[in-house]
Every structure is written in structure tokens, then in C-alpha cells.
Design a protein around this ligand. Structure first.
Ligand code: PDD
Length: 287
């Protein structure tokens, strides 16, 4: 098998030769942002949306964007192509750069750029009629979850807790009992023919898949309310589903060992799963 080819500060190098300084702010402070994009049929899905989100994160942190939109899209495509990925993901990360360690934020550093792409099993929940399971966990994160920073320790620990419990996802719940989002997904709850999802604010990541699914739901004539749901209401939910680049639309059929609705994939989720795969196929070609 060919060694993975990584992008680092303008060069493409084999993974074994790609390294960063121990003084990189990304390593020492989690001072950087990243994007994960879906590759399907060797096509990178919606690079523009990911570019715009990265731009907004970089602006908030005061880090210059090293790429324009076209360079970003070309780099993603080149990483996919150099690694011969047909179905999987491309990852791009920008950190503030290298500086002697200090809590003060150094200005005008040269950002560190990292990228890689890898083949991955893409979600095909429609082939798995059994659906997904999730657990709820308390949300220990900061109040700027809308920035896609590399500071993912709470997400990583929560995801591991879910895996240890035999579940796919951990759903973060705020101190006052509001359902926020998953460790790597956004969460939707269907209650009495209304689809609820947390509003696009500083407590969740503005998911690219979330935005697409909101459009699809609207086009289907479904009622959507961007309002948080109290965690107790998950017990009455007819359906729950997750959205994300590595999940697509993922039907949740059990949460905390209790069935969601009748414990089967519900009609709203099934319709949106179907619409989302149609859209992916439209934009990236049929298998
Ligand atoms: N995670 N919420 C969180 C906390 C996430 O990390 C992600 C994505 C999402 C879904 O966003 P999108 O639809 O843009 O992928 C929501 C990526 C896939 C990751 O960290 O691997």
C-alpha cells in the first residue's frame, strides 16, 4: 500500500516525513481550526461551505487565511487525488504558527498548514435498518463551540464514553438540560410532526450537513423549529437523527438504553436520509 501523502506548509510529503515544531501553537494551545470534508466518487463535496466556515473561524481567532476559495478547493482535490481516495475524507488544519510558549497571543505568525486524506467506510445507514444508538453526557465545553477549533478533548472523551457503552454517539446536554449536539454531529429531534434542532449559536458547530438537511426538510414541506429541546423530551420523541460529514443523516433508535419512538427508523428520518443521499449522488456522481 502506498504511504499516505500529507500536505504541510506548501509541500506534499509522505506521512513519515511530515512533522511540525514542538512550539506549534496548535500543539501547545489547540490554537487553530480544521475542516473535515467528504470525498465521494473521488469528488470533494461542497468545498465552498467548508471554506466559508474555516474563514469565519480564522477571522474570530485573528489568524490569516492562507488560501482563497479556489486554492482551498484545489488543495482538497489534490490531496484526494494524490492519496487515490475515492470514498473517504480530506482534513485541513490551520494553526496560528510557531512561537516560544506564552499565553499571550503572538501576532503575525506564519500559520502552520496541515492536510491529509484517507479512504474511510462511508456511512450507509440505509443498508443497516437497525439504526444507531446514542448516550447523553453533560456538556463540559466552552461557550464558543461555533468555532471549529482543534481543541477537541471533550468531544474525544465523550465519543469514547459512547463507544465504551456500545453506542455510536454521545449527545451533549447543557447544565440546564438542553440537548446541544453530538460529539461529532448535530442532533435533530422529531416531536409531534415538528423537527427541532438547536439554534445556530455559540453552543453548537454550524454543521454543513445540518444546513443542507434544514434546506431539504423545508423543501419537503416539513416544519422545522431551531429551538433547543429539553433532554427529558427525548423520551417522548418520535424520531431522533444526527447529521455530519462522517455520518450523513444517521437514524438514532435508542438513547441511554431506551428506544426512541417505536425503536425503528421513522418516516421523517427515512425521507431525509433518502433526500440527502440523492443530493450527494447528484453532486458527486452515482456509484
Ligand atoms: N465533525 N458538531 C460537531 C461538534 C462536529 O465536530 C461536527 C463535525 C458536526 C457536524 O458538522 P458537519 O456537518 O459540518 O460535518 C457537528 C467532524 C466531521 C469531525 O470532527 O471529524
Amino acid at each position: 500500500m502506498q504511504e499516505q501523502i500529507c500536505f504541510i506548509n506548501g509541500s506534499f510529503v509522505p506521512a513519515g516525513e511530515a512533522s511540525v515544531s514542538v512550539f506549534d501553537r496548535g500543539l501547545l494551545f489547540g490554537d487553530g481550526v480544521y475542516e473535515v470534508l467528504r470525498i465521494r466518487n473521488a469528488v470533494v463535496f461542497r468545498p465552498q461551505a467548508h471554506y466559508l466556515r474555516m474563514q469565519s473561524g480564522l477571522d474570530t481567532l485573528g489568524i490569516g487565511n492562507p488560501w482563497n476559495e479556489q486554492e482551498f478547493a484545489c488543495l482538497c482535490a489534490e490531496l484526494a487525488q494524490r492519496n487515490r481516495v475515492r470514498g473517504g475524507h480530506v482534513y485541513l488544519q490551520v494553526t496560528r504558527g510557531v512561537a516560544p510558549r506564552t499565553h499571550l497571543v503572538p501576532r503575525n505568525l506564519q500559520p502552520t498548514l496541515i492536510g491529509f486524506a484517507a479512504e474511510a467506510d462511508l456511512p450507509k445507514w440505509k443498508d443497516r435498518p437497525s439504526g444507531l444508538t446514542a448516550i447523553t453526557v453533560s456538556d463540559p465545553r466552552w461557550a464558543r463551540c461555533n468555532i471549529k477549533t482543534t481543541m477537541l478533548l471533550p468531544n474525544s472523551l465523550a465519543k469514547q464514553r459512547a463507544a465504551d457503552a456500545g453506542a455510536y454517539e454521545a449527545v451533549f446536554v447543557s447544565e440546564d438540560g438542553l440537548v446541544r449536539e453530538g460529539a461529532s454531529t448535530n442532533v435533530f429531534v422529531v416531536l409531534d410532526d415538528v423537527i427541532y434542532t438547536h439554534p445556530d449559536d455559540q453552543r453548537i458547530l454550524p454543521g454543513i450537513t445540518r444546513a443542507i438537511v434544514l434546506d431539504l426538510a423545508q423543501a419537503e414541506g416539513l416544519t422545522v423549529k431551531q429551538q433547543p429541546v429539553q433532554v427529558e423530551r427525548l423520551q417522548d420523541a418520535h424520531e431522533v437523527f444526527l447529521t455530519g460529514t462522517t455520518t450523513d443523516v444517521g437514524p438514532v433508535i435508542r438513547i441511554d438504553d431506551r428506544p426512541v419512538g417505536n425503536g425503528k427508523i421513522g418516516p421523517v428520518t427515512a425521507a431525509l436520509m433518502h433526500k440527502y443521499s440523492e443530493l450527494l449522488a447528484d453532486e458527486t456522481g452515482t456509484d
